[in-house]
Ligand binder design. Structure first.
Ligand code: PLP
Length: 474
């Protein structure tokens, strides 16, 4: 494709995207395809020759779009918001269009230095001290694997340089709670600790926050058994109910026992753009690493996960490689992000945040986050005051966990399996209709519905519409 052909097709594509974004509210929220539909509509063999751009766009319209669950739809309340602000989409296009290669500072000084600058802007915007230095990963999952490797290497005194964990006489242990995102257990497994060495610490039965006394007791028990406490993962905004582990109390225990503390604020990090929410991660300054996703509620398009550490030297000791072909005169003077994480080649992701912050502006972003917090409180109040409805967990951010509990034939509240069937039935009815989307999840062994508010286009009117829909569907 020549630049001139690119210009023509590119204009058409941008026009198409702008039209598409405008029509999202008219589309069904959940993808209306059956398993295999998309694959069957596509040729089994790669194209033999050159095709027309118009034919490609027709397939986008007719095959790809029906296979998309519209997470940008204002009636999408599933999982967590995954906003994709158009300003950041432009940054993503710029990132691809520039065609850079991020393997060293020398391969693209702008990529490295813009990443340093935007990570520092984000640090300041979330009220973190200048002890933290950041980088951009693809996801919070990768950031957590990195954090767990850092924990492992600190506790094992850089065992990677020798026999690794296989040379350790005692197992290394990681602590979290059952509320932690599945990526935490995965990171613990992939970093070589093994599932047997992941301890789920007791939680408060209502807030689902980790109980510091239980953590302390578990660490002491492991020490007495000759095990090596290596890492703690604190969830700030856990996925199920946005539970907030107490970071300050956990950090005090972590520091006392010299255990690496990683704070997973994948979702709640966006809230820290609001000074009034920062009490929710009070004590974060004493943690060792911290990750959060602007690609969730804040709305910088995937993949934009911030990862901060305080001890950059340890990070570089663990992650550095120094092949001859990547050496340059600038070594020692510049940041080499390949020494800050797992991949060598990196995308110019900082452009997405740069465009988002500059073109949408932090005030607009903050106003939207506050709108969503208000909408969640409004929705919670409706559910709490309605007959047979229950709010199941504190609403600390924008997610409201609910159940509808009708009376059975004996006039008793439905429970057990029958309640599960009822919950799944009404949630599935709504999702199948395409009018709105919620993700069912399990809390205390029973199904519930999570209403996660925060799509860029979701106003109070949409939340009111959802509440009406819920009441009509049970
Ligand atoms: C609390 C929490 N941590 C981690 C993750 C994983 O995020 P990512 O998809 O960026 O790996 C999620 C995803 O929803 C999450 O909610």
């Amino acid at each position: 494709m020549t630049p001139e052909e690119f210009r023509k097709a590119g204009h058409e594509l941008i026009d198409w995207i702008a039209d598409y974004r405008q029509k999202i509210p008219d589309l069904p929220v959940r993808a209306q395809v059956r398993p295999g539909d998309v694959r069957r509509a596509l040729p089994a063999d790669a194209p033999a020759g050159v095709e027309k751009f118009a034919d490609l766009m027709a397939d986008i319209e007719n095959i790809i779009v029906p296979g998309i669950t519209q997470v940008q739809h204002p009636m999408h309340y599933g999982w967590f918001p995954s906003n994709a602000s158009l300003a950041s989409v432009l940054g993503d296009i710029a990132s691809s269009g520039l065609g850079t290669l991020g393997i060293s500072w020398e391969s693209c000084p702008s990529l490295t230095e813009l990443e340093e600058v935007v990570c520092d802007w984000m640090r300041q915007l979330t009220g973190l001290s200048d002890q933290w230095r950041g980088t951009i990963h693809d996801t919070a999952s990768t950031a957590c694997v990195t954090a767990m490797i850092l924990a492992r290497e600190r506790a094992s005194e850089l065992s990677k340089n020798g026999a690794g964990l296989q040379g350790m006489a005692s197992p290394l242990i990681v602590y979290s709670t059952a509320q932690a995102h599945s990526s935490i257990a995965k990171a613990v497994q992939l970093a070589g600790f093994g599932n047997d060495n992941l301890r789920y610490i007791d939680e408060d039965p209502y807030t689902r926050a980790m109980l510091p006394d239980a953590l302390e007791a578990a660490i002491k028990q492991d020490l007495a058994a000759g095990n090596i406490p290596a890492g703690i993962v604190c969830s700030v905004g856990a996925t199920g109910t946005t539970a907030m582990d107490p970071v300050a109390a956990t950090a005090a225990i972590a520091n006392e026992h010299k255990v690496w503390l990683h704070v997973d604020a994948a979702m709640a990090g966006s809230a820290m753009l609001l000074p009034e929410c920062r009490h929710l991660w009070q004590g974060v300054e004493q943690a060792d690493s911290l990750a959060w996703n602007p690609h969730k509620w804040m709305g910088t398009i995937l993949d934009t996960a911030l990862f901060y550490v305080r001890d950059v030297e340890h990070l570089e000791r663990v992650m550095s490689t120094n092949p001859a072909y990547l050496r340059s005169d600038a070594d020692g003077e510049v940041t080499q992000y390949r020494d800050w994480g797992i991949p060598l080649g990196r995308r110019f992701r900082a452009l997405k945040l740069w465009f988002h912050l500059r073109l949408d502006g932090i005030d607009t972003i903050r106003a939207r986050l506050r709108r969503d917090l208000d909408n969640a409180q409004w929705f919670k109040a409706q559910v709490e005051t309605a007959d047979n409805w229950e709010v199941l967990a504190p609403v600390q951010l924008q997610t409201v966990c609910i159940r509808h509990i009708p009376l059975d034939a004996q006039n008793k509240p439905l429970n057990g399996e029958a309640l599960d069937q009822h919950t799944l039935a009404w949630v599935n009815r709504i999702n199948a209709s395409g009018a709105a989307f919620l993700s069912p999840s399990v809390l205390d062994g029973r199904w519930m519905a999570r209403v996660s508010i925060g799509v860029e286009g979701t106003t109070r009117e949409h939340v009111e519409r959802l509440w009406q829909l819920l009441q009509d569907s049970v």
